[in-house]
Write a new protein. Structure first.
Length: 183
């Protein structure tokens, strides 16, 4: 199992059963894990504004978070208008934003940006997953954050090397927060 498959298992274990995404090359491990996951629906969209708008609508109607999959900082930027609206409505959303491999970021690759400060403009909780070993706890914490009343957006930044790294023996973690209605 790799880090992306572990992340998918943690989403499922915490009641997230919809991922709406516009992935790029840095998110291919996540897409592969999504394709093989049972019990979670993946919806691909052609534009990040559609991704974030769909996640907002789902969260409002279902009273539980959907996850988004966005391609790097520019993908997050393309979805900011709908994420702003979702933040104002207290919609629960887990944004998963792909990032270049940690060892590659020093070279300022194309489309590289400082994702966390941008995400904080619309998110109540933001974290970059630092290792496969930390991913279960980080996913559970992000979902718990979305469930804090009255509901909020949580953003996880997923470096490509964390997604493709081996995840042997890492436990799946539950958020430990009741998924009661938000409003």
């Amino acid at each position: 199992m790799n880090g992306a498959q572990l992340l998918m298992q943690n989403l499922l274990a915490n009641g997230v059963d919809l991922v709406v995404g516009n992935p790029g090359t840095s998110e291919m491990q996540f897409v592969s894990a999504l394709d093989s996951a049972r019990g979670i629906r993946g919806v691909l969209c052609l534009f990040e504004g559609v991704v974030t708008g769909a996640a907002d609508g789902y969260g409002r109607m279902a009273d539980k978070p959907a996850a988004t999959l966005l391609h790097l900082g520019p993908g997050l930027g393309n979805g900011l208008a709908n994420l702003h609206n979702a933040r104002r409505a207290h919609t629960p959303i887990v944004n998963i934003v792909g990032e270049h491999a940690t060892f590659h970021q020093q070279y300022d690759p194309p489309l590289h940006s400082d994702i966390e400060p941008v995400a904080r403009t619309v998110s109540g909780w933001v974290k970059t997953i630092g290792s496969v070993g930390a991913s279960s706890a980080d996913v559970a914490a992000s979902i718990a954050a979305t469930r804090q009343l009255p509901g909020q957006i949580a953003t996880l930044v997923l470096p490509a090397d964390v997604a493709w790294s081996e995840a042997s023996g890492e436990p799946v973690r539950a958020a430990g927060v009741c998924s009661a209605a938000f409003r």
